[in-house]
Design a protein around this ligand. Structure first.
Ligand code: ATR
Length: 279
């Protein structure tokens, strides 16, 4: 029997670590899958998905810049995908396409399990209000921190994100509000950078007073994209962490959506860290 096919679909996609991660998950769980990469043209996401499905694909991960289009393409979606307005996971079912978003649970699991930092009761600053921030805010709120503040360069976008998430915040008894980038509050327990600022080589867009000694300063990127933020965090006595663990955890949740099996992640994260450090 040929293995079931999956892929990550994006643009760009060549440097994706997802094929390696899913190959390790398959080995560790005894699942037979084949996971590749599909480069979709910027104006050709839906045909790329349809083509992959027609060629025998069972599902796919979706990455930048197609997560919003993926949510449009899905015929049914999870509550967390609807809240984010975006999907990073599609499963091809006989009666349609199931869309999910595993980014938020990936972040929450990496913070709670691998970093060992409690979200429950914490004061959290989320910097950014684009697709990356929208993907994680719901699960962050459901982890029951005391308060979450969303700060973004474009204030309207932070306010809009807060508005759509207010019912979830209310249900989880979390204080949720938007704040200006220049005045985001001070001494948070956890600061999450969901902006693209360090990728652009720009300075970290919030004052260092958001940190205290030991704050978990988390960048959702890894490698060069996280470097500026991590240096800034270290210079101010915070504990920096990149998004490699989030990448592994979101992949594990996608694997669960497709295969009904949750792969072990700690070992895969250790191995991936060694590979990334050696690259
Ligand atoms: P993504 O899917 O990666 O979130 P996005 O939706 O384009 O991409 O969002 C990028 C985020 O990074 C936004 O919050 C953006 O702020 P604006 O909403 O004001 O555009 C933020 N961002 C990008 N470059 C930035 C910079 N140099 N300084 C501050 N924020 C920046």
């Amino acid at each position: 029997m040929t293995p079931d096919r999956y892929a990550v679909i994006g643009n760009p996609v060549e440097h994706s670590r997802s094929p390696w991660i899913h190959a390790r998950f398959a080995e560790l769980t005894g699942q037979r899958i084949d996971y590749g990469k599909v480069l979709a043209p910027l104006d050709g996401f839906a045909p790329a998905v349809q083509g992959f499905r027609a060629a025998g694909g069972h599902g796919c991960n979706v990455t930048v810049p197609f997560k919003f289009e993926a949510a449009q393409m899905a015929t049914a979606t999870s509550a967390r995908a609807r809240l984010a307005g975006a999907c990073n996971t599609l499963r091809f079912d006989p009666d349609g396409i199931w869309g999910d978003n595993t980014d938020g649970v990936g972040l929450v699991n990496d913070i709670g399990v691998h970093a060992g930092v409690a979200l429950r009761g914490a004061r959290v600053l989320l910097v950014g209000a684009g697709g990356a921030a929208a993907g994680v805010l719901g699960p962050l709120l459901e982890a029951a921190p005391a308060a979450v503040v969303v700060a973004n360069r474009t204030a309207d976008k932070a306010q809009a994100l807060v508005r759509t998430h207010q019912p979830v915040a209310h249900a989880a008894q979390v204080q949720l509000r938007a704040a200006p980038l220049a005045d985001p509050g001070t001494a948070y327990d956890i600061v999450v950078n969901a902006t693209a600022s360090s990728l652009a080589g720009d300075v970290v867009p919030v004052p260092a007073t958001v940190l205290r000694a030991g704050t978990l300063a988390y960048d959702m990127m890894y490698g060069a994209g996280a470097r500026g933020f991590l240096q800034w965090a270290a210079a101010h006595g915070a504990t920096g962490r990149d998004g490699l663990g989030m990448l592994v955890e979101q992949a594990a949740e996608s694997f669960l959506v497709w295969r009904g099996v949750r792969p072990p992640t700690a070992q895969v994260l250790r191995e991936l860290r060694a590979r990334v450090d050696a690259a």
